[in-house]
Design a protein around this ligand. Structure first.
Ligand code: IPM
Ligand code: MN
Length: 375
């Protein structure tokens, strides 16, 4: 198999660079097995770019991203820029990048791994078997709609939530298509008892559902969904949400897995797909070598599936993550919540040790695949 990919790496702020390094390490494992040419080109974004270029998304970064086969981002955000207006903050760079790349469907899987079920604040009996895929609309709603701003003297402020039928249809189709590859249930989240945008959302999703008679569609108000996600996460398969609801619910879904550091994401549907762990820059632990790289590595697996057309290798990498957890390796975020004697039996791993463990487990899975083909 010959694979050539230009990947623009945007390490960004805080723990971003540390976790990106591990994702790159793991992707490079493939070079030993295939005729691979993964080219990684690093560019500044977020606070790192503001410091160097006074701009959270310098033009050189944006152009490199637009010319690449995939973009991989670490995290953006740093407390030193908290005082800046929303268009100048590190986060603005990411939001502008998302718009320019055009990916409108943000996939955020949250899985309960048996090996770390004890990290979840939820009772094991409740999370066992949970596997929720949030499909978050990423380019519309309150994040981008106009008008927005402050009123006179900054004594008031306003944002707008706006959606069009085509914006809802396209993301709904992604959710239904993905549901077909899973348990065939879509739960569409809205606040149709209050918001007009949600009424449009619900009607449009109902219309799209006609094209998918084999998929079961439920509707749920966002407040109820926030509760059911915690009390009965196993009832969900694909969760379809608008932008802001998805931002909130996908962080909440991390409670199913046990740590926000575990979650990866893919943004698809535009010119270039974007991969990023769901966690933020975590400035409090940055530079200490203790961040969990598994969210970034899970994002790399999604890159293999959605951009490199390597679905089997994506599965292998996801299984490698599970293998490493099963073997007892844990970054600090996966040990601290456990207060039992069991915690003492875990091997505390640094960010890079964890990356190396996944690299090894991934290679073992690939070895298995090649040995099988050789027979
Ligand atoms: C996320 C983040 C971003 C968002 C921020 C950093 C702009 O919270 O990817 O979930 O709100 O979308
Ligand atoms: Mn978020």
């Amino acid at each position: 198999m010959r694979i050539k990919m230009k990947i623009t790496m945007l390490p960004g702020d805080g723990v971003g660079p540390e976790v990106c390094r591990e994702a790159v390490r793991v992707l490079k494992t493939l070079n030993h097995y295939y005729d691979c040419d993964f080219q990684f080109d690093e560019k500044p974004i977020g606070g790192a770019a503001i410091r160097e270029h006074d701009n959270p998304l310098p033009d050189a970064t944006l152009q490199a991203c637009l010319k690449s086969d995939a973009v991989f981002l670490g995290a953006v955000g740093a407390p030193e820029f908290d005082h800046l207006s929303s268009q100048l903050r590190p986060e603005a760079g990411l939001l502008r990048l998302r718009t320019a790349l055009g990916g409108f469907a943000n996939l955020r899987p949250a899985i309960s791994y048996p090996a770390i079920a004890d990290c979840s604040p939820l009772r094991e009996s409740r999370v066992k078997g949970a596997d929720v895929l949030t499909v978050r609309e990423l380019l519309g709603g309150m994040y981008f709609s106009e008008p927005r701003g402050f009123g006179p003297e900054r004594e008031s402020a306003f944002n707008t939530m706006r959606y069009t039928i085509p914006e809802i249809e396209r993301v709904a189709r992604v959710a239904f298509d993905l549901a077909r590859t899973r348990r065939k249930i879509v739960t569409s989240v809205d606040k149709a008892n209050v918001l007009e945008t949600s009424q449009l959302w619900r009607n449009t999703v109902n219309a799209v559902a006609q094209e998918y008679p084999d998929v079961k569609l439920d509707h749920m108000y966002v407040d109820a969904c926030a509760m059911h996600l915690i009390t009965t996460p196993t009832r969900f398969d694909v969760l379809l949400t608008e932008n802001l609801f998805g931002d909130i619910l996908s962080d909440e879904s991390a409670a199913i897995t046990g740590s926000l550091g575990m979650l990866g994401s893919a943004t698809i549907g535009g010119k270039v797909n974007l991969y990023e762990p769901v966690h933020g820059s975590a400035p409090d632990i940055a530079g200490k070598g203790i961040a969990n790289p598994l969210g970034a590595i899970a994002s790399a697996a999604m890159l293999l599936r959605h951009s490199a057309d390597m679905p089997q290798e994506a599965d292998d990498l996801e299984e490698a993550i599970n293998d490493v957890l099963e073997a007892g390796h844990r970054t600090a975020d996966l040990i601290e919540p456990i207060k039992t004697a069991l915690a003492a039996k875990r091997h505390l791993a640094s960010t890079s040790e964890m990356g190396k463990q996944v690299e090894r487990a991934f290679a073992a899975r690939l070895d298995g695949r090649f040995a099988y083909h050789a027979v």
